[in-house]
Each structure stands twice: as C-alpha cells, then as structure tokens.
Design a protein around this ligand. Structure first.
Ligand code: ATP
Ligand code: MG
Length: 440
C-alpha cells in the first residue's frame, strides 16, 4: 500500500452527524452510479462518501451537475476495484469511473501536508500558493482542506447521514458562504478561491460572511500569479453558468474584473452596452437551453478595443476586414497574458469581428455567400447587439433579420433592391483578349 495513504496527522475530530430526518436528502435524488461506486468501496473496507457541490446543491434544492466521491482508498486501489476507472491529473491525482456518458470522480482523502516541509507531493510556492496537492490524509483533513464550509459536507448513503466537520450544515441552512479556516491564508494558498467566492455567491444567491468577503478586494491582485489556462477554465464557469450578468457586476464590485480583463473599459461599472447585452443574452440562451460559446462573449468583451484599433488601421489605408483581423489578433494576444482563450474560441471571435463590415455589402452574390457561412448566425446576433450603441445600424440589422425569413425568390429581389454595397450590377468579366507579350 502506498505509504502516503496513511493519515499523517490524524486529527481525532469526529464529525457532527446530521440524520436523514433533519437533512431530508433522499437516495433517489442521487446518481445510481455514484451509489454503486460508494457501495463497492465500502464493501472493500474503505471509507467512501459523496462530497462537495452535489451535497450542497441537494440541500439548496438545486440540481447537482455531477456527483463526486471522496474515499480512503488510494488512486491505485480505486483502479484495482473498478475496471472502468482511469487515473487522471497531475496537480491533483484522482480516478474517473466511467458509466456510459456519466463519469463519477473519485478522489482520495487529502491532507493539509503541514509539517512535511520536504514533501514533493505538496508544492508550496513563494507567497503560499499550492501548486501540487497529492498528500493523502484523513476524512476530517479532507473536509478542512476544501474551500467553503458548504462545499465540505459528506454524505454516507449506507446510513443516509451527513458528516459535517466544518459547521457547514448550519451555513447551508442559513445560505451563508464562509471559507474554512483563516480567509487570508486560504485565499493566498489558492487565489482562484476569490473567483469561486463570487461565483457561488451569485449562482446560489448566498450571503457572504464578513470575514470571507473582507479580504477579496485587497487580495484581488494575487490572481496575477494564476496560469492563464486555469483562469480560462474558471471564466467558463463564471460566465456560462446562467448568471453571467450579475456575476460580471459582482466581479466589478470585488475589484476582480480588471485582474482578468485589464484596461478594457474606462469604467467597468458602466461597461459598453454591447457587453451588458451579450452577458444578458448569454443568460437568456442558457435559460432557453440554446447553445452558447465563450467565443461570442470574448468577441463582445474585446470589441471596443478591436474596433478602435481597426479604425486606426483603416485610416492608415488598410481594408476593413484585414484591419479587423489584425486588430483582433493583437487584442487576443494581449488578453492571453491574463486569460488564455483556446484557439477554437479565439477563431470564433475573429470570425464574428471580421464579418461585421461584410454586413454592409448587401448586393450581389456576397450577401448570399454571407448568409450561408458557418459563423453567420453568431455574427448576425453580434450585429443585433451592436445596435444599441450604434443606432445607425438599426436599418441594416432589420434587413438582415428580414432576409432570413423569406423564401429564396424574395431573397434575390431583396438583394437586388438593397441599398449600398457597390454598383449592384453584376459585373461580367469580358473574356480578355490575349495580349501579345510585351517587348520588354
Ligand atoms: P460546481 O457545481 O460549480 O461544479 P463544485 O463545488 O462541485 O461546484 P468543483 O470545482 O467541481 O466545484 O469542485 C468540487 C469540490 O472540490 C468543491 O465542492 C470543493 O469541496 C473542492 N474544491 C474545488 N476547488 C477548490 C479549491 N480551489 N480549493 C479548495 N477546495 C476546492
Ligand atoms: Mg462540481
């Protein structure tokens, strides 16, 4: 057995046990696969509980996204028990047990690793940030190393009881967000918790305990040390969780927004109308079950900067589409120093930007070609959101709305009678006579 699976500083703390009659969680609300995993682990002699967000969500009457398991078994022991288990993660090694499309995440109890100054399983950088976390520990330690008390409750399906090491049950019932332990050191240990605080507060409509709220504004600059790829993952959760607009406002209030997107708006409390529209639109689409892409949101966030730079380039003689492409690339590169946008999303943002001037060319084949482009719909939605700030686009946007609704024949006649966009006449190239090669 792996020696690090032995709890290093077994704290003799017994959890508070909350019986079913009090907490009210029913077994049938829980994924059958998660129950299977726990049962198998327990039968093999390990401790195993449901833990984290799923328990919190069940208590708050929200549908859990997924069901996570914490256990005393090591990753290798988990793999031996489940044929369908795969070990993943470097920063945080755990097992994924797959059942068709559902994946149950099974993690070994983690300790705090305190007192193990030379332990390679836990890497603490200058400033206290933890970058690797593979020191195994006891159940109680595992509960205490979690971020918020409401995220540290464990549920034992065998007895249908909750196990509470951190007074989390009272906090859930009072809808209060509270960090476990000393907030300043917990934020320093992992500054992403600053963002998680805002996310949970908004998404779950929670109050925040004053000591947990207090240090956020002054500690916001610590986000500078977080790898851009990890911040991107967090941004997805912040803005694609169905509460993008209130989350944006909370990030601004807590001085976190400029750490993620520096120098974008003069006053982030009054973002461009387009940005507000895009955030609200994202929430609405999620509420309606429509697909959303972070590419669209990034296109909105960066548009003001991209447009201003593209206008300069056009002034200097560049063609509009090329100017937008160049300005877009610059903005994405600058932004990637803070939050790295995956290439497939930055490509979407660029396509949306570069299609904007093409909406002005309504006549001829170009309009038809535009409608049939893969990114037409996103770019058109973007055009609609621009109208608030650029009312002169209203007529154009309406025209593009109308043309999508009509049959092919009528489309042709709309295109033929459309204002703007070149001569409108089909320019037919006359077959060029071969010139005799010049003498030079
Ligand atoms: P969501 O429903 O949004 O997924 P969640 O609470 O499940 O919320 P995850 O990011 O999936 O959030 O993390 C699962 C659990 O792992 C959390 O409930 C928490 O106990 C723990 N955890 C996650 N991130 C951290 C962190 N940065 N610091 C400490 N504990 C964390
Ligand atoms: Mg989760």
């Amino acid at each position: 057995m792996n020696s690090s699976s032995v709890p290093r500083s077994a704290t003799p703390a017994d959890p508070v046990i909350v019986p079913r009659a009090e907490h009210g969680i029913q077994r049938r609300q829980i994924s059958a696969n998660a129950l299977k995993v726990i049962e198998r682990l327990q039968q093999a002699g390990f401790d195993a509980y449901l833990v984290g967000g799923c328990i919190r969500d069940l208590l708050l009457a929200t549908q859990p996204k997924d069901f996570d398991v914490a256990t005393s078994a090591t990753p290798e022991e988990i793999r031996e028990l489940f044929r369908n288990a795969r070990l993943i993660g470097r920063r945080f090694r755990l097992a994924h047990v797959r059942f068709g499309r559902e994946i149950i995440e099974v993690a070994t109890f983690r300790g705090t690793g305190e007192g193990d100054a030379d332990d390679a399983d836990r890497v603490i950088e200058d400033g206290g940030r933890v970058t690797r976390d593979n020191v195994f520990g006891s159940e109680a330690e595992d509960a205490r190393r979690r971020d918020f008390t409401i995220n540290a409750l464990m549920y034992d399906p065998a007895t249908e009881t909750l196990r509470d090491h951190v007074d989390g049950y009272t906090d859930v019932r009072q809808r209060r967000l509270r960090l476990i332990g000393d907030p300043v050191s917990r934020y320093r240990e992992d500054p992403v918790r600053l963002l998680r605080a805002v996310r949970f507060m908004v998404k779950l409509d929670l109050g925040i305990e004053p000591q947990t709220a207090g240090p956020i504004v002054s500690m916001a600059p610590l986000l500078d040390g977080i790898p851009p790829a990890r911040l991107f993952d967090e941004i997805l959760k912040l803005f694609l969780g169905g509460h993008a607009w209130p989350t944006y406002q909370a990030l601004v209030r807590q001085a976190l927004w400029p750490e993620l997107f520096p120098a974008l708006f003069v006053d982030p409390a009054q973002p461009p109308k387009l940005v507000e529209n895009a955030l609200k639109n994202t929430d609405q689409r999620i509420a309606e079950g429509l697909p959303v892409t972070p590419g669209f949101l990034f296109a909105a966030f960066l548009w003001q900067r991209v447009k201003a730079r593209a206008d300069e380039l056009v002034e200097a003689g560049e063609a509009p589409v090329e100017a937008l492409a160049a300005a877009g690339e610059e903005a994405i590169v600058a932004q990637a120093r803070k939050v790295a946008l995956h290439r497939r999303f930055s490509t979407i943002a660029k396509e949306i930007w570069c299609m904007q001037p093409r909406f002005e060319k309504r006549r001829g084949k170009r309009a038809m070609r535009l409608i049939n482009e893969r990114r037409f719909r996103a770019a058109y939605d973007f055009l609609l959101l621009r109208v608030d700030e650029e009312p002169e686009l209203a007529e154009l946007a309406q025209w593009w709305t109308d043309i999508q609704d009509v049959a092919h024949e009528e489309r042709i006649s709309m295109i033929q009678s459309a204002p703007g966009g070149g001569s409108g006449k089909k320019r037919r190239r006359r077959p060029r006579k071969r010139k005799a090669p010049s003498a030079q």
